[in-house]
Ligand binder design. Structure first.
Ligand SMILES: [Zn+2]
Length: 78
Protein backbone atom coordinates (compact mmCIF):
# COMPACT_ATOMS: atom_id res chain seq x y z
CA UNK A 1 0.00 0.00 0.00
CA UNK A 2 1.46 3.36 -1.05
CA UNK A 3 1.84 5.77 1.85
CA UNK A 4 3.32 8.84 0.19
CA UNK A 5 6.40 10.78 -0.76
CA UNK A 6 9.58 9.33 0.76
CA UNK A 7 11.68 12.38 -0.07
CA UNK A 8 10.06 14.68 2.51
CA UNK A 9 11.86 15.26 5.80
CA UNK A 10 10.35 16.68 8.98
CA UNK A 11 11.46 20.28 9.61
CA UNK A 12 13.41 21.24 12.70
CA UNK A 13 11.01 21.89 15.61
CA UNK A 14 12.04 25.57 15.58
CA UNK A 15 11.47 25.95 11.81
CA UNK A 16 9.14 28.75 10.66
CA UNK A 17 5.41 28.05 10.44
CA UNK A 18 5.56 28.04 6.61
CA UNK A 19 8.03 25.14 6.65
CA UNK A 20 5.64 23.14 8.84
CA UNK A 21 2.59 24.07 6.74
CA UNK A 22 4.39 22.93 3.58
CA UNK A 23 5.54 19.69 5.27
CA UNK A 24 2.08 18.80 6.54
CA UNK A 25 -0.12 19.88 3.62
CA UNK A 26 1.82 20.17 0.36
CA UNK A 27 2.58 17.16 -1.80
CA UNK A 28 3.96 16.85 -5.31
CA UNK A 29 2.28 14.51 -7.77
CA UNK A 30 5.19 13.70 -10.08
CA UNK A 31 5.05 11.86 -13.38
CA UNK A 32 8.02 9.52 -13.70
CA UNK A 33 10.59 8.20 -11.30
CA UNK A 34 9.83 8.86 -7.65
CA UNK A 35 10.58 7.48 -4.19
CA UNK A 36 7.54 6.49 -2.17
CA UNK A 37 6.87 4.97 1.22
CA UNK A 38 5.09 1.64 0.97
CA UNK A 39 3.74 -0.37 3.90
CA UNK A 40 3.86 -4.15 3.39
CA UNK A 41 0.69 -4.37 5.42
CA UNK A 42 -0.37 -7.91 4.50
CA UNK A 43 3.15 -9.35 4.59
CA UNK A 44 6.09 -8.59 6.84
CA UNK A 45 4.55 -5.25 7.95
CA UNK A 46 7.81 -3.41 7.19
CA UNK A 47 7.94 0.14 5.84
CA UNK A 48 9.74 0.26 2.51
CA UNK A 49 11.03 2.99 0.22
CA UNK A 50 10.18 2.04 -3.34
CA UNK A 51 11.94 3.79 -6.25
CA UNK A 52 9.18 3.57 -8.86
CA UNK A 53 8.12 5.16 -12.15
CA UNK A 54 4.61 6.50 -11.51
CA UNK A 55 3.75 6.27 -15.23
CA UNK A 56 5.05 2.82 -16.20
CA UNK A 57 5.04 1.28 -12.68
CA UNK A 58 8.60 0.04 -13.32
CA UNK A 59 10.40 -0.53 -10.00
CA UNK A 60 14.08 0.44 -9.86
CA UNK A 61 14.79 -0.53 -6.28
CA UNK A 62 13.42 -1.14 -2.79
CA UNK A 63 15.03 -0.27 0.54
CA UNK A 64 13.95 -0.90 4.12
CA UNK A 65 12.81 2.51 5.39
CA UNK A 66 14.17 1.87 8.90
CA UNK A 67 17.65 1.26 7.48
CA UNK A 68 17.52 4.46 5.38
CA UNK A 69 16.32 6.60 8.29
CA UNK A 70 18.93 5.11 10.65
CA UNK A 71 21.68 5.90 8.11
CA UNK A 72 20.39 9.47 7.71
CA UNK A 73 20.31 9.98 11.48
CA UNK A 74 23.85 8.58 11.81
CA UNK A 75 24.93 11.07 9.12
CA UNK A 76 23.31 13.95 11.01
CA UNK A 77 25.17 13.06 14.19
CA UNK A 78 28.55 12.80 12.43
ZN1 LIG B 1 7.51 -7.39 3.33
Amino acid sequence: MVRGDATLRRPDPSAPEKAWTDFVFLRKNPMGRHKEFWHHQSGCRRWLIVDRDTVTHAVFGVEDAATVVAAERAGEEA
